[in-house]
Design a protein around this ligand. Sequence first.
Ligand code: HXC
Ligand code: NAP
Length: 307
Amino acid sequence: MTHTNGMLKEGALSGKTIIVTGGGTGLGKSMAAYFAELGAGITICSRKMDVLEKTAQEIEAQTNQKVLPVACDVREYEQVENVIEQTKAAFGGVSALLNNAAGNFISPTERLSHRAFDTVIDIVLRGSYNFTLALGKDWIQNKLGGNILNIVTTYAWTGSGYVVPSAASKAGVLAMTRSLAVEWAKYGIRSNAIAPGPFPTEGAWSRLLPGDMKKKFDPSQKVPVGRVGEHQELANLAAYLMSDFSAYINGEVITIDGGEWLKGAGEFNQLDAVPDELWDAMEMGRKKSGSKLKMMWLYLKGMRKMK
Ligand code: HXC
Ligand code: NAP
């Protein structure tokens, strides 16, 4: 067994119906496929019906579970309500929500139009609260419990230049996660978030690392464990949070990034670049052991390696 294997036992999500926004592509598709493999009925929704239909057929063929594709722009409340109604009609109810749909691009902030800002905020923050509110009202009115899982990012709490609308939106989604975890727990509704580090997807990487930037800013170089994420690792975590095994986890944001954001945060973490020879020379100087000549030689060798 490795990190690329499914983690939960067969049937771990059977009897559940999960709405996955942005479930036609990328990480949403991978999570939806694993939820279905574990026995859940799935609705996937986004703007492009052709993409959704193809993904639904693929997952159904792989898992034998029903996958309902519904076209929806998460920015539009009526369309969100329609997804919920169609899911109830097809499956008899909705047990859980995965707010995964997002829009993002890189740009110096001063170059953005106010419409560009609106676009990202509306997809990420408005889209997430549209689904949360519509489904939450339904669950509360009908005295049903529920489970909300929001996909954020690690810069939801650090912020990040060049993706400011996304950072502001994800911070809002994280605040909503923690707020509702407390407010709606009395209705049997849990609320959690996952903050992924870099996971290769066409949607994110074509927009955030366009053209040659992928070579220049290799995301794996920033990750202490030395690699980017595998979709199954994220799907395992999401499935656990969707399952009843995590019933006591509420209001949590779980980071899955190989230590990436902490590497950027720790004051001296860039000392990774100091070679052994330099540490040896410094130790020799501190302990006053060895000859001055050897110390100098180690020091120069270390400095050369650092360049
Ligand atoms: C500056 C841009 C822009 C760009 C669009 N705009 N792209 N501004 N730089 N690259 C501006 C437009 O000029 C326009 O403003 C406004 O934004 C709306 O643009 P539209 O193209 O009309 O928007 P729309 O068709 O709604 O498409 C939304 C989108 C698009 C966000 C722009 O990229 C999209 O559909 N994205 C969905 C998928 C996605 O983004 N996935 C990545 C998620 S990754 P004006 O003023 O001209 O009218 C992610 C990872 C984070 O979140 C963490 C990684 C580690
Ligand atoms: P992706 O494949 O581009 O997924 C984004 C999805 O959102 C698409 O399926 C898109 O479908 C949908 N979407 C966009 N605008 C929408 C709208 N207005 N209404 C409905 N659906 C809409 O990118 P991804 O990498 O898998 O991202 C998935 C999630 O992971 C996002 O929340 C992202 O912020 C998060 N994340 C990703 C990474 C990473 O490294 N990949 C890291 C951290 C966090 P349509 O175009 O059909 O609408």
